[in-house]
Design a protein around this ligand. Structure first.
Ligand SMILES: NC(=O)c1ccc[n+]([C@@H]2O[C@H](COP(=O)([O-])OP(=O)(O)OC[C@H]3O[C@@H](n4cnc5c(N)ncnc54)[C@H](O)[C@@H]3O)[C@@H](O)[C@H]2O)c1
Length: 287
């Protein structure tokens, strides 16, 4: 799909970070954009900010972890716009797990992360794809994975990495099935990067529903990625969300399944992992 003008795009997690940058980019290309997010305040803020830049976007509340909430979103979108051409299953969360051992992490951290990062993507596919197929127009489903887990797992983030491995796997299957169906839909895997992207992901706790909160544990304190990067010195590079949005749109335009930067260390990690599997050699933890 080369001309995005007039196309209908739905972006989950569209009120912040990568999703917001994609929304701005698409609105600038003349697409009709719906930002769908669990955080109503951020939706309003984002819409106002984009409007000030002359970019009009629609906003709808959704909790991607709940199937009925995503079904209700799809119903509203199809009713208002008739079809969806670009579905970004992008909403995702990260917990405070850096360097924690896999056997010490509480069940609620697993439940919440998997509910948003994995079921959220499945719920998006289940709610939107049948009608997109029925309409018979060209369309794209872009699922946001992460090089961490989606390509090779870092040894430091067990829950997040394993949730993103699931996103990669289910999107590969979706891609195969679109081809087997002879559908006009294409699936894509977006890997934000090449470096840690300057977003609110380290502050996900702000949108953790009470049902997934751990009794007696206060919400995680605010982390500013830029300050974190600066305190870590030059070795800690940050990618801006706008760079990821550029890469995403370029990938869709050129029908790339793997929307993954060639910069950074993903290729080296993938190669090491693949070689270890092919050689039946035990892997070493990556740094
Ligand atoms: N930031 C990075 O370095 C990085 C790297 C690789 C992958 N990613 C992935 O990129 C995607 C976007 O994250 P980001 O970095 O822009 O973070 P972000 O926190 O800035 O944006 C995520 C958005 O998702 C929304 N969200 C959270 N739970 C939701 C739910 N249940 N229903 C609907 N919306 C919900 C949040 O309110 C927020 O607006 C995620 O899937 C993330 O895992 C990020």
């Amino acid at each position: 799909m080369r001309d995005l003008g007039g196309k209908v795009a739905v972006i989950t997690g569209g009120a912040s970070g990568v999703g917001r940058a994609i929304a701005a980019k698409l609105a600038g290309e003349g697409a009709q954009v719906v930002i769908a997010d669990v955080d109503a305040e951020s939706i309003d803020k984002t819409r106002t900010e984009l409007e000030e830049r002359g970019l009009a976007v629609d906003g709808m509340e959704v909790d991607v972890s709940r199937g009925e909430s995503v079904n209700a979103l799809a119903e509203r979108v199809f009713e208002r716009y008739g079809n969806v051409h670009l579905l970004f299953n992008n909403a995702g969360v990260g917990i405070k797990e850096a360097k924690r051992r896999i056997w010490t992490l509480p069940e609620k951290d697993w439940q919440w992360t998997y509910a948003v990062n994995v079921l959220g993507v499945a719920n998006g596919v289940r709610a939107f794809v049948p009608t997109m197929l029925e309409r018979g127009e060209e369309g794209h489903v872009i699922n946001t994975s992460s090089a961490n887990g989606g390509i090779a797992s870092l040894p430091t983030t067990p829950v997040y990495a394993s949730s993103k491995a699931a996103v990669t796997s289910l999107t590969e299957v979706l891609h195969f099935q679109f081809l087997l169906e002879g559908a006009k839909l294409r699936a894509h895997l977006l890997f934000p990067g090449p470096h840690l992207v300057n977003t609110n992901i380290l502050n996900s706790d702000r949108v953790r529903p009470d049902a997934f909160r751990i009794e007696g544990q206060a919400p995680a304190t605010y982390v500013d990625m830029k300050a974190l990067a600066e305190s870590a010195g030059i070795a800690f590079k940050l990618t801006q969300p706008e760079e990821v949005a550029e890469m995403a749109i370029e990938g869709i335009r050129n029908d790339r399944f793997w929307i993954l930067s060639t910069e950074g260390n993903s290729d080296a990690r993938l190669q090491t992992r693949t070689e270890s599997i092919l050689a039946r050699a035990n892997p070493e933890p990556t740094k």
